[in-house]
Design a binder for this molecule. Sequence first.
Ligand code: NAD
Length: 452
Amino acid sequence: MEKLVKTQLAYFNTNTTKAVSFRIEQLNKLYQLLVSNEALLEEAIYKDYGKSTFETFQTEFATVYEEIKIAIRDLEQWSAIKPVATDARNAPAKSYQIPEPLGVSLVIGPWNYPYQLSLAPAVAAIAAGCTVILKPSELTANCSAVMAKIINENFEEQYFHVVEGGIAETTALLDQKFDIIFFTGSVPVGKIVYQAAAKNLTPVVLELGGKSPVIIMPDSDLEVTVKRLVWAKYLNSGQTCIAPDYVYVHQSIEQEFLEKVAKEIEKSDYKLENGNFVKIINERNAERVSGLINPDKVYVGGNFNVAERFIEPTVLHGVNWEDKVMKDEIFGPIMAVLTFDDLDTVIKEIKDRPKPLALYVFTKDENIQKKVMGEISFGGGCINDAIMHISNGNLPFGGVGSSGLGNYHGEAGFRAFSHYKGILEKEFTQDSDIKYSPHTEEKLQKMKAAAK
Ligand code: NAD
């Protein structure tokens, strides 16, 4: 690991990665490699957890392609020197910011969207002009192997390299000095990464998790709300960092909501018998998630098969904060439904807990939309939809508080891997005497007059 990082640092110091043309060339190359290897990548993800070609395109490739396309389109503009105004004290002069790549980057990926969440940060790193060491999750071992094959056979080790492995390999990587570490995964491991980075004062982006709430007001279009929500909840079998975790539905519409949810789930393709379901990543997680199902509170589903790593799309109703399902992020196909009659209480209950990664509110009432957006801190989210904010590459994506630190996607990703040098450029002429000795009363008065 030490040798690899040193090799990348030496390469970074040749300044090769700083040319915008070089970065665009690498992004095009990555795009072509992914497109031409789609079949191989699809086969690997199906082997790992039964993810279909449809969902793989929808939730993995589409986002990575979007990130690459936006970066290629906008890179000239992102990396251009940005002029800013010069203040009176420094005039005449020019002031500007020079974006520069941070250097050698480490990207650590999770298993739940093994391509998207490893490659989209790598795209941002390449766009910014960094070198990249990518460590995908060992839990999606086939995806990790195929990414290593495609990348390591086509990019030089000194520039972009995949290191495969689990805790031991990641720990060895974290012992090295990087210029930036970009981590996506759980809160406990996020803390380990942050501590390791702190030893070298290395900047980090932490894309973490948590419980993402949904609020459904009685004036929402329930038909559309349920359709969007059920899709978002059970996508990837609920193993989505920004999945709606629990749903606060207004008590006046609870019954209608539950009935519509049941009907919508019935229509879905996710069934054990037709084989079209994304598996829970491993038996340990299938045990954990199925253990959250309280049979007394099941409204829909509730069946599971740990050996098959299958859990039926499940809805629990009458849920409260004492239930096991409300203790941690669910990260599985269980929707926990709570009811409310007072929005302020809901807001308080959400604010009493760690800041969510995402939040979704369904209502036509603009005042309620504004109130929820203004009063609750969370990473990002949607009004009248769920999950889809992640798919707009023009929006910054990231958490806040314990759901994460920093943003990426589009220009936010470029910024995450860049440093902005602030430069004041003077001519040798017109040097005002005011700051120099002797410190006279007249100069002080002039300074005060200019500053106040
Ligand atoms: P994880 O934290 O277990 O693993 C993530 C990565 O860290 C893997 O590459 C793994 O090899 C490595 N790792 C695991 N244990 C380690 C240790 N002790 N020391 C060093 N490295 C270690 O996370 P996961 O199970 O892969 O992913 C699920 C979690 O990630 C959920 O909490 C989810 O909410 C979160 N997540 C967040 C986002 C986001 O964008 N904010 C996206 C996806 C997942």
